[in-house]
Design a protein around this ligand. Structure first.
Ligand code: ATP
Ligand code: MG
Length: 210
């Protein structure tokens, strides 16, 4: 009944959307830090479908990005991966991600959408901000080299947090692989091995080396 529902503790679910091409320690530290600061029960990583923001490079197949995200998060009992954006297909809109996760998890779960503060500004300039705020609390994490503009976020609906500075980006990792430079310790060990096994980010696929 109503009393039972009131006693039941609400679940706090972090949602970390991204291309994850590849997933790296910046993503993992950000998720871990926000989970700690906001008392999250779980953080679900949600690799995008075909991303529409990124026209400057070919994005790796969704299944590769999905598997790398699974590999990187497998050892953390509070991290999980969702296929909702990949299985929907087409460009990913945050509102669709949040609607689907909200329906999947039910009314006793509160969503906390974690994103780079730079991405946060884009989301609210391009999409229906009011609808988004009804679905989740937004947490913008600062990343190195990004000067925070005031995104004009309504109080109580969004927070900005600083995570330990990690100058790691997927773009940087892809460049390093292309140039034959190491990505050890920028990404989890399993991701180094997966990149090599699949020959990702090289001009000629399948020529990965250890
Ligand atoms: P790319 O260089 O291709 O843009 P990326 O490193 O930004 O890749 P994404 O998959 O685009 O990785 O990022 C997913 C989310 O993680 C985004 O919200 C992004 O802002 C955030 N993010 C990326 N790198 C870091 C980092 N080093 N520290 C904190 N957050 C990060
Ligand atoms: Mg990015």
């Amino acid at each position: 009944g109503a009393a039972g529902a009131a006693r039941r503790r609400r679940t706090r679910l972090g949602v970390m959307g991204g291309t994850f091409d590849p997933v790296h320690h910046g993503h993992l530290v950000a998720a871990s830090e926000v989970a700690s600061l906001f008392g999250l029960d779980e953080v679900v990583f949600v690799p995008t479908g075909q991303p529409w923001q990124k026209t400057d490079h070919r994005v790796s197949p969704a299944e590769d990005r999905y598997l790398m995200t699974v590999i990187a998060t497998a050892s953390n009992p509070r991290f999980s991966v969702s296929r909702v954006d990949i299985d929907r297909g087409g460009p990913t809109y945050t509102i669709d991600t949040l609607r689907e996760l909200s329906a999947e998890r039910g009314p006793d779960t509160d969503l906390f959408f974690i994103t780079g503060a730079d991405v946060l500004e884009q989301i609210f300039s391009w999409q229906d901000a009011e609808g988004l705020f009804d679905l989740a609390h937004f947490i913008g994490v600062t990343r190195p080299g990004h000067q925070l503009a005031d995104p004009g976020l309504p109080p109580g609906k969004a927070s900005l947090v600083e995570v330990p500075a990690m100058a790691i980006s997927s773009t940087g990792c892809r460049e390093r692989v292309r140039h034959g430079e190491p990505v050890w310790y920028l990404v989890p060990d399993g991701i180094v091995q997966y990149i090599n096994k699949r020959g990702l980010y090289r001009d000629t696929p399948g020529t990965g080396t250890t």
